[in-house]
Design a protein around this ligand. Structure first.
Ligand code: FAD
Ligand code: NAD
Length: 490
């Protein structure tokens, strides 16, 4: 290793949606920026984009779209008077498309790094525990086996998260897989088990169910999707069950292991406990989707003085400053929802603050989306949160079945629910279960960011026929004035 240090203004560790966005913004603001990432693809080639682009948001959404098209074609075309025969699935082609989408986007980040003159260092970074505030040190063990030493006045840690492993059901990347393995099955498992009915369980369960798997999801809690508004969670559960996802709540995994079956195929035996006692089931594949934990091990060359929260999240304030001056942490490695856009916003905030500008993240308005069909999307407070906080509220709901566009499209399940402050009418939360909820929620975020009241939305003109009109109607419903449903005037 050379004893010379390369000097930068900012060194960013991790090039996921938190780190790469921070890097681009730092470079745009004229800071000499290095971004280190250790990611290698299946061919051992370095890749930017982190979990989100390589094995998260993007490949899962590519498969959700492909499997949706397949399910629509095989189940719903006849509704439109279209007769199709001979439909078949080419899973390899579907996977190739997914891989191509990923490659296009990760190469795009490479091009952005080049054009912004960001130094991309490929390898594993470790922070040295030195006291020199202006010259913090990072050692990189590069993939080419050579190490480099970097100095910077600011370090941004954006090392992300990894799937939680449960010792009683160890991932073998063959029969028992995590979310990464579940994005690359080479054939559709006939019987698929999933541990965890969270976002990953529901999204990947939907993918494989649409492609023909018989899917069983075991969920430890008896409260389905407790992070969502109760009404939306209850209605979505009915839809998922109707779609054939066998979601078993209040079911605790005892252990899972693989067994060789007669035809030399491996199966997974899952032993679990529910209200009726101990049970067991066999699956061709089992996905473990019980959450993710922050990547903090192997990040420090020596004992660190950084403070941590429970669960080894790096402790930060609202500006993502850690307990050590000049060291910031953003994205999945810190508190808050593990969402790509939350990490990216933190990256923007930190970059601007390092450059001496003012920027905040509005943590109250980070939208969540579950990309099942129909989709679930929300922003702001849930009804149960308002109740707990003792805030008086009014509710307006509008079902998509009453929307002209939803009827024309043939996708009428779900609703929009608007929660507004009973005293000021300010919108406090918007919850959507329905087709295109992921797109509609952006309007609600903008409205709430601007401090809109339900009356402001009621007075805005929405194009007809659109699904967004249902947001207008739900806002009208807050005061009892919805037009296309029967409502008691308030
Ligand atoms: P990451 O994306 O995890 O990136 C961290 C990077 O740091 C990695 O590239 C890693 O190689 C690198 N790294 C770690 N340690 C070191 C080190 N010591 N040295 C050098 N490099 C290091 N979120 C959404 O908002 N929408 C979605 O639709 C969505 N879908 C998802 C689907 C799946 C299947 C999964 C698993 C996640 C999904 N997420 C989604 C969550 C999203 O992927 C994460 O919230 C996001 O990737 C976090 O970004 P990050 O930059 O903090 O970390
Ligand atoms: P999650 O926290 O969403 O869900 C995990 C579920 O597993 C929970 O319902 C939990 O009760 C259950 N569980 C935990 N231990 C269990 C056990 N032993 N037996 C049975 N059930 C058990 O986690 P996830 O689905 O793994 O997703 C990880 C993160 O990735 C989430 O925080 C999410 O924000 C992010 N993500 C986001 C999206 C999106 O934005 N659309 C998509 C995928 C993942």
């Amino acid at each position: 290793m050379s004893s010379e240090f390369e000097q930068f203004d900012v060194v960013i560790i991790g090039a996921g949606p938190a780190g790469y966005v921070a890097a681009i913004r730092c470079a745009q603001l004229g800071l000499n920026t290095a971004c280190i990432d250790k990611w290698l693809d299946e061919e051992q080639q370095p890749r930017l984009g982190g979990t989100c682009l390589n094995v998260g948001c993007i490949p899962s959404k590519a498969l959700l779209e492909s499997s949706h098209v397949y399910a629509q074609s095989s189940q719903h075309l006849s509704m439109h008077g279209i007769e199709a025969s001979g439909l078949s699935l080419n899973l390899q082609q579907m996977m190739e498309r997914k891989n191509k989408v990923v490659k296009t986007l990760t190469s795009g980040i490479e091009a952005l790094f080049k054009s912004n003159k960001i130094t991309w260092i490929q390898g594993e970074a470790r922070i040295k525990n030195n006291q020199d505030l202006l010259n913090k040190q990072v050692i990189v063990h590069q993939h080419n086996k050579q190490s480099v030493k970097l100095k910077a006045s600011s370090i941004i840690i954006a090392t992300g998260s990894s799937p939680v492993n449960i010792p009683v059901a160890p991932v073998d990347n063959d029969s028992i897989v995590d979310s990464t393995g579940a994005l690359s099955f080479s054939e559709v498992p006939q019987k698929l088990g999933i541990i965890g009915a969270g976002v990953i369980g529901l999204e990947l369960g939907s993918v494989w169910s649409r492609l023909g798997s018989e899917v069983t999801i075991f969920e430890a809690q008896d409260n389905f999707l407790s992070i969502a508004d109760t009404l939306i969670a209850r209605e979505s559960l009915k839809i998922y069950l109707k779609q054939g996802l066998d979601i078993q709540l209040n079911t605790r995994l005892l252990e899972a292991h693989t067994v060789d079956s007669e035809n030399r195929k491996k199966t997974v035996q899952v032993n679990y406990q529910n209200q009726d006692g101990k049970q067991s089931a066999q699956f061709d594949k089992l996905i473990i989707a019980v959450g993710r934990s922050p990547n903090t091990s192997d990040l420090f060359e020596d004992e660190t003085e950084l403070e941590f929260d429970e669960g080894r999240f790096i402790h930060v304030n609202q500006h993502c400053e850690t307990s050590l001056p000049g060291i910031y942490a953003i994205g999945d490695i810190v508190r808050g929802p593990m969402l790509a856009h939350k990490g990216s916003e933190e990256g923007l905030m930190v970059a601007e603050r390092i450059a001496g500008k003012f920027r905040e993240v509005n943590y109250d308005l980070i939208p969540s989306v579950i990309y099942t069909h129909p989709e679930i999307a929300w922003a702001g407070k849930t009804e149960q949160e308002l109740k707990t906080a003792g805030i008086d509220y009014q509710i307006g709901t509008f079902p998509f079945v009453a929307s002209g566009r939803a009827q024309a499209v043939g996708e009428t399940s779900g609703m929009i629910k608007v929660l507004a402050d009973a005293r000021t009418d300010r919108i406090l939360g918007v919850h959507i279960l329905g087709n295109n909820a992921s797109e509609i929620i952006a309007q609600a975020v903008i409205a709430m960011e601007m401090g809109a009241s339900s009356e402001d939305i009621a007075l805005s003109v929405f194009a007809h026929p659109t699904l967004s009109e249902s947001f207008h109607e739900a806002a009208l419903a807050v005061s009892g004035n919805a037009l296309h449903i029967m409502q008691k005037r308030k």
